[in-house]
Design a protein around this ligand. Sequence first.
Ligand code: URA
Length: 256
Amino acid sequence: MSPVYHLKLDKKVTRGAMFAFLPGDPDRVLKIAQAFDPDSREIARNREFRTLLGDLKGEPVLVTSTGIGGPSTAIAAEELARLGVRVFLRVGTSGAIQKDVRAGETVITAAAVRLDGASMDYAPIEYPAVADYEILNSLVASARELKIPFHVGITASTDTFYAGQDRQFSRYMIQRLHGSMEAWQKLGVLNYEMEASTLLTFCCAHGLKGGCITGVAVNRVEEHMVREELLDLAEERAIWIATKSMEKLVVSFKDL
Ligand code: URA
């Protein structure tokens, strides 16, 4: 089999791994891989896609960065699925829009509002973007064990960081997006990020297992932009929960 086009991986190199962590940021790949296997190693790098391979409880596990947003996330997920990955766990950062979801805490996504465009290529908009319930349960159990503050609920996934998340940055923002954050707050949405809806729609539509945990990098009720010191804490906590959760998943899904 020739390597998949963007990720530059083939099944021999991935050792047929069925499990993958999906951070957005290529720099976070190393932090995640080190958290579960200090001997993990880089096996490919191309554009925003960087992949490390490590071992967790005797199973090969990949960590592949998706880059920002739906289109590049879809490329990573499709190519990994072609290589045999069945369990996809996004580990990212997000902006909370509810007052009680504090910066530095974590959000476990139960389902995502599909404000992205890429997921439309997998299923019509009426189709839900839902997390796999066993992944969801393992994330919750892991957060409890680690005593890290977490919230479970609905995430809104946008295609743009500024306009789509109701941050007016440029000279003009279309009418439909003014006040959109308040509307999602009233509908009980917990946070904004940019990849979950594409990943979860893709996984649901293809019979694969998808989940998402994000560290809260900013509380949008209080401020507009991310603060670096809180970003680091949020990211670290999401990684701890995700790696503990993957420890459980490799055992329960070994025979998928
Ligand atoms: N990621 C987002 O998409 N939005 C935020 O506010 C923070 C991280």
